[in-house]
Design a protein around this ligand. Structure first.
Ligand SMILES: Cc1ncc(COP(=O)(O)O)c(C=O)c1O
Length: 558
């Protein structure tokens, strides 16, 4: 009798253990199904593999013939390269000289300079088309370098420049005048903050605000609050999405440590929804709506432009539906839904992505342009989520500080920006944005296609990315032709063009003329030579073979 009940208990325990491990296995399986197939979807593997990629570079011959083009084409490329190099050295002489001087002591400059083109080509590009990283002034939609060259600005200052540089100059000046009497006193607030809070509550539709110094910090705080209030550990981010450089939101290449409390899931996927539905440890879901332009892909940079596989396509209705599904599940599972609008807030619409896509999150982060030209990060949230202490447990707090938070000068410039949003001038600036920018993108694409140039842009309103329609190893060269035509790009090259909303039709036509001229010159110089055996697949295979050969034999390929 006694043995009987003991064995029954053992059976019971065994069955429970089996059931638990089946459930665990099922969850594991669900999680692996919800990971994007790309390396960006597998942070750990990506980090490990990154450590195996050997450095090697091309000698002069291979530099011009890495696609095995005939000698005549290589000669055209060589001549074009020499012509561009001579033009850079004369036209940008002083700017290049100062950049080279500064580069020794500015690590960021060394980094951005190294990652403008695929590393195999870096040495010769740096030697012959050196960076010119200084500008002296800005005006309208242009910037002027140290040599007096005026270029149309397509950098958008990393997205900060929504209203035009002159607007921000004025905002800083007027704001500074308003708080000058107080100066840089930190701790106590300047009264201007009250007006900012009121306007931010209206715009975000949320109850409370916290001020930080950068978008990265705003995201850190939003995630920390979500963890504090839910008592759960994990954040969900979507494959490829950038949320600043804090470790937990940047689990892959670039972060020396693995992020243990982060799930990177496929965006716009039922598998991801299943994980949100079944896991109990998820505190929050972070969405960067910019990903709608290229779901699951990392920020497009020309340094990874090995072939022509880069694609982008924005489908507003589909992305809105995805956000609606996320909203539904987050509500159902008490998961905090965070929109990271540091980039797109105040760019897609005055009310940001919430207004644009018609979905309301629990927390929103803003940054960039909201500072009126000065550094900023902001979290807006429902009051229950923003609270940083518990009434019944005084020692259980959620800390967030920052010496420069709520700096009077930043608050004043922000106030200028927020008050501007209420003016008829801002109404005019934001009117018909999508139509205007879609038409401009289509016009440029039509012009490029009419001349059989293998380039096409994709856009999400005023945020653009350049794609390449024929297989090529040299698409990254376009950035140098564009600069030569007087178009200023950021260090990611043609991966991201960001327009300020004050571009007039005439400004844009001038940009389109220069863009087409640049592509035409690149075509004439033979960089887009191709033959049927050159495909994105064969290019990838060639590069992989080079890497393996170099890893094994440590000799120069080609
Ligand atoms: C969506 C998003 N979140 C966060 C950040 C980080 O902001 P910051 O560079 O101000 O730290 C960025 C910056 O580009 C961003 O685009």
């Amino acid at each position: 009798m006694k043995w009987g009940s003991m064995s029954l208990a053992f059976y019971g325990l065994g069955a429970a253990a089996v059931a638990t491990s089946v459930a665990t296995l099922k969850k594991r399986l669900e999680l692996s199904q919800a990971k994007h197939k790309s390396l960006a979807g597998h942070s750990r593997i990506a980090r490990r593999l990154a450590g195996f990629v050997p450095f090697y570079d091309y000698d002069e011959d291979r530099f011009f013939r890495s696609d095995d083009a005939p000698g005549e084409i290589a000669a055209r490329r060589r001549a074009g390269f020499a012509r561009l190099s001579a033009l850079y050295r004369t036209r940008f002489a002083e700017t290049i000289r100062r950049t080279a001087q500064a580069s020794d002591a500015i690590s960021d400059l060394q980094f951005t300079d190294a990652y403008r083109v695929p590393f195999q080509y870096r040495r010769l590009v740096q030697a012959h088309l050196p960076s010119a990283a200084f500008v002296q002034s800005s005006s309208g939609v242009t910037v002027t370098d140290l040599d007096g060259n005026r270029s149309y600005d397509l950098t958008g200052s990393y997205g900060v420049n929504v209203c035009g540089y002159d607007f921000y100059k004025d905002a800083i000046e007027r704001g500074t005048a308003r708080v000058r009497e107080l100066g840089p006193v930190l701790g106590p607030y300047h009264p201007v903050i009250v007006d900012n809070v009121k306007m931010l509550k209206e715009i975000s539709g949320l109850d409370q605000i916290s001020f930080h110094m950068s978008g990265t910090e705003a995201v850190m705080q939003a995630v920390r609050l979500a963890r504090y209030h839910t008592g759960r550990s994990h954040l969900v981010r979507f494959c490829g999405a950038y949320h600043g450089w804090w470790g937990d939101v940047q689990p892959g290449v670039g972060n020396p440590l693995p992020a243990h409390e982060t799930y990177t899931l496929t965006e716009m996927s039922d598998h991801a929804l299943r994980v949100l539905r079944s896991r109990r440890n998820i505190a929050c879901v972070l969405v960067n709506p910019l990903q709608a332009l290229h779901p699951n892909a990392s920020a497009p940079s020309d340094s990874s432009l090995l072939d022509s596989a880069r694609t982008a396509h924005f489908d507003k209705a589909r992305y809105a539906e995805w956000l609606r599904l996320l909203r539904e599940i987050c509500t159902e599972r008490n998961i905090v839904l965070i929109f990271d609008e540091v980039f797109v807030g105040f760019r897609l619409a005055k009310g940001g992505a919430q207004e644009y896509f018609g979905v309301r999150p629990d927390l929103v982060t803003y940054g960039k342009t909201l500072g009126g030209g000065l550094p900023i990060g902001v979290v807006c949230g429902k009051s229950g989520l923003m609270k940083r202490f518990r009434d019944d447990r005084p020692a259980d707090i959620c800390l967030a500080r920052g010496t420069f938070n709520s700096h009077p000068y930043v608050m004043a410039a922000m106030n200028e920006f927020l008050r501007y949003l209420r003016t008829p001038a801002a109404d005019a600036l934001y009117r018909d944005l999508d139509r205007i920018w879609d038409e401009r993108a289509q016009t440029l694409n039509r012009r490029l296609a009419a001349e059989s140039l293998p380039v096409a842009v994709a856009n999400m309103s005023s945020i653009w990315t350049v794609g390449y329609t024929e297989p090529s190893r040299y698409n990254w060269m376009l950035q140098y032709y564009l600069r030569a035509e007087g178009l200023a790009l950021s260090w990611v090259g043609t991966g991201r063009l960001i327009f300020s909303l004050n571009y007039t039709d005439a400004d844009f036509t001038a940009v389109a003329d220069r863009f087409v001229a640049a592509a035409r010159a690149m075509q004439a110089d033979g960089w887009w030579w191709s033959n049927p055996s050159l495909t994105n697949k064969t290019i990838k295979r060639t590069v992989l073979k080079e890497m393996i050969m170099h890893r094994l034999f440590s000799s120069r390929p080609g």
